[in-house]
Structures are given as C-alpha cells and as structure tokens.
Design a protein around this ligand. Structure first.
Ligand SMILES: O=C(O)C1=C[C@@H](OP(=O)(O)O)[C@@H](O)[C@H](O)C1
Ligand SMILES: C=C(OP(=O)(O)O)C(=O)O
Length: 436
C-alpha cells in the first residue's frame, strides 16, 4: 500500500503568470493504442505521463510492443500492426482508468488470444456491461464479474462482425471501444450517439490514415484495413486546465494564461458554461496542431452568477463538473444541473461526493437523481474527503483560494492518474498548498 497524501490549502492567494498543464489524457491513451497497433514508428510529444496512460502503455508492453520513453512527454512506439500483439503472461492492470479498460476491451475482443483486464478498487466498481454487451453482439466472448463489473475475461479467437449500434448513453468510451473492435470486424461497424461526445478516436484514426465516416450522429468504419504510423503532438488537457480556469475566476486579482490548451469543440463545454456564468475568458492564438484545435486561454477573476446548465453541454463538460460545482458555490444565486446521471459512475459518485464536501464547507448543495442544485455562498474552511477521486481533490484544492479558513483534502494520491505535478504547478501559479 502506498502512503496516502493529503492537501492543506491556506486561503487568500490569487493565480497569475503563464502555465502549461500536462497533456490531454484522452488523446494520450489513444496515441499509445493506435501507435501500438500501427505499422511503423509513431512519435508522440506532449504525452501525459499520468498513471492512467502508463497503465495503457504497460498493457501494450506486456503484449510485446516496444516503446522508448516516455521522457518529458516524448514516446516512440514501434507499432506491432493490428495482428502483431502477443498473449500477455498475466492479467492487464488498468489501475484507476475507465478509458483504458473500456477501450482495451474493444481491442482485445479482436485478438486471437485470451486476456483479462483488472483494475483498482474504484475501477472494480464501475459498469462494464455498456461495452461487454455490444461487443458480445459483435461476436466477442467477454465474461464480467457480478453486476457487469471488472475484471473482464476476454476469450480470443472469435470472429467479429460489424453491427449497427444505437448507443443508449452518450459515452466516448463506448463509441471508441466499438470502433476499435470494428477494426477487426467483418463489414461495417457503426454507432449512433444520442448526443455528441469527444471525437478524438475518429480524428486520430484518420490521422493514422484509416477511413472513418461521420454523418450526423452516426460514425462508422469498415474492418480489415491498416493503421499507418504517424507523429502526434498532444495538446494540454482542457480537463486539467479547468481547475485553473475556475481557481482564477473565483480568486480576486487573478490573471492567468494557460498555454497550448486543446479546444476541440467536443471538449469545450466548460468554456461555454463558465462564460454563461459570467467568467472572463479570452482565447488567444487559436491554431490547429495535428488535427486538434489548440489555443492559449487567458482567464481573469470575475463575479460569477448561478445558471441553469444547458443539458446539451453535459457530455461536452463531463469531467469538469466537480470544478464547476466550486464555481457555482462561489457564484451569486443558484446553479442547477440536470441530465448528468453519468457523474454517479465515474471514479467516485461525483454528485454525492461533491454535495457532501460542499455541505461540509457550509454551502447549500442538494443532490437530485441526475444532478445537483447549488446555492452560492461563503465557503468555510474544513476537512474534505476526496474518496480517492483525482478531480474531486483538485477541485477542493481550488476552493481553498477563497474559503474563510484553511481546507484539508484527504486522499489525494490519485491526482497522479491525470495530473502529475499538480501541486508544484498550482503553487507556482499562486496557490498556498502543502501536500503530505
Ligand atoms: O473517451 C474518453 O477518453 C473519456 C470519455 C469520458 O467517459 P465516458 O465515455 O464514460 O463519458 C470521460 O469521462 C473520460 O474521462 C474520458
Ligand atoms: C472519468 C475519468 O476518467 P476514466 O473514465 O478514464 O477513469 C476522468 O478522468 O475524470
């Protein structure tokens, strides 16, 4: 057991200067996956060296893929080709990462060998039927534990065939899992999304010279092709930038520039929501890097107001809600979120855990089945349990900027899954934060 880490934050700071947060987690996972399955050498820069991505990389190494790095975000992968993976000697440990487990399930369903995917305590509680069921319809043989939870035992050697799948939940992980299995399937695999979700898989497949068709909400590809190695420059993760967007918005006197942030239209719900709340955000130097739009974002403190969050923004900001709830707690009036039941099946139940934490800090926060109602107020100091959820930990760290007393956040070790170096960068920007 590694020692747990707590954060202690003193109130009163402001966030200033220029910073670059680490690489995008979704794009980093996919670059390791597609690079490993491609033919030739894939060079990645800006890779997130977080534990989640390292779990994905470890899985491919365990299946014989050779890769050098990552060192300072640089990774060079010698692709094994779609049919070049070898049977792993033991279960593949996906750690804390839902993305790794669900996307790997799609890839492993197409292999000739058996495999098993395991995860940590949090991942072992998360629903996997959303991928095992449609992959089963494609011909995959996947056994889950009770209630459709991990571990996943995947039998190799079963021929896959393409299906038409209307997705019941708006999930980029489900979409990506099926498209990756579709690379191995006979005929066409198509998914239809109930609402747009992040499209990094589609974009990156095209970058690897693989044809993907998009028509409205329907995305499809045909199996039997090849992936051609390429170079990938991973932008900074807008989900990690979010903590600083919120922190700088709520802390008086803040003026911060976040460099090279990915602003893919399927990821900018947080910018849209913060703007509706009255945030002062400026996008500078907008450009395209390797098929993904990127900008520098300047954020200055502003008086935020409570809003009813438009439901169409929910999938576009899904990981940003813990931080947005802190913004809501500092806003004037009430913020109402609906249509966000998915938050209950992330690394923790993010509705319940955030409502509990906000209440401990004296804020009126009421859970609803698929959302929350938060009345802005004066944050008190206090002690918070992050329940081992990285995004909850970093969100309450930012609340510390404006609370009336110090805030202690317990169980912050998993911040390393998505944001290694958070403590140093937050301190550099102006947060008085001690980790021990
Ligand atoms: O595809 C991805 O990389 C992700 C999709 C989202 O999950 P869902 O597909 O479950 O919404 C998001 O919450 C997760 O952090 C990353
Ligand atoms: C939900 C998240 O990740 P995952 O589903 O990959 O565990 C997240 O990073 O907020």
């Amino acid at each position: 057991m590694t020692k747990s880490i707590d954060y202690l934050i003193q109130p009163g700071g402001k966030l200033t200067g220029r910073i670059r947060v680490p690489g995008d987690k979704s794009i980093s996972h996919r670059s390791v996956m597609l690079g490993s399955l491609a033919e030739g050498e894939t060079r990645v820069t800006g890779l997130l060296e977080g534990e989640d991505v390292l779990s994905t990389l470890g899985a491919f190494r365990a299946m014989g893929v050779r890769a050098e790095g990552p060192v300072q975000g640089k990774l060079v992968i010698q692709g094994a080709g779609l049919h070049g993976l070898k049977a792993p000697a033991k279960p593949l440990d996906m750690g804390n990462s839902g993305t790794a487990m669900r996307l790997m399930a799609g890839i492993l369903a197409g292999q000739s060998f058996d495999s098993e995917l395991i995860g940590d305590e949090s991942l072992s509680k998360r629903p996997m039927k959303r991928v095992s069921e449609p992959l089963g319809r494609m011909g995959a043989v996947i056994e889950t534990a009770e209630g459709g939870r991990p571990p996943l035992r995947i039998r190799g050697g079963h021929k896959l065939r393409g299906i038409e799948y209307p997705m019941p939940v708006a999930s980029a992980q489900v979409k990506s899992s099926l498209l990756l299995a579709g690379l191995y399937a006979e005929g066409e695999t198509s998914v239809t999304e109930p609402a747009p979700t992040r499209d990094h898989t589609e974009r990156m497949l095209r970058g690897f010279d693989y044809g993907v068709k998009t028509g409205g909400a329907r995305i499809s590809l045909r199996g039997g092709g090849r992936l051609k190695a390429c170079s990938i420059d991973v932008p900074a993760d807008i989900s990690s930038a979010t903590f600083f967007l919120v922190g700088a918005s709520i802390a008086a006197g803040s003026d911060l520039l976040l460099e090279h942030v990915g602003i893919n239209p399927t990821r900018i719900g947080v910018l849209n929501i913060l703007r509706l709340m009255g945030a002062n955000l400026e996008l500078l130097n907008t450009r395209e890097v390797g098929g993904e739009p990127v900008a520098d974002i300047r954020v200055r403190a502003a008086q935020l107001r409570g809003i009813r969050i438009p439901e169409d923004q929910v999938p576009l900001a899904i990981d940003e809600f813990p931080a947005l709830f802190i913004a809501a707690a500092c806003a004037s009036g009430e913020t109402v979120l609906t249509g966000a039941h998915e938050l209950r099946v992330k690394e923790s139940d993010r509705i319940a855990v955030m409502a509990q934490g906000l209440k401990w800090l004296g804020i009126d926060a009421r859970e609803t089945p698929d959302g929350i109602i938060i009345k802005g107020g004066r944050l008190q100091g206090g002690e918070i349990d992050s329940h081992g959820d990285h995004r909850i930990a970093m969100s309450f760290a930012m609340a510390g900027l404006v609370a009336a007393g110090s805030i202690k956040v317990r169980d912050c070790k998993n911040v390393d899954t998505s944001f290694p170096g958070f403590v140093e960068l937050a301190r550099h920007a102006g947060l008085t934060l001690e980790a021990k």
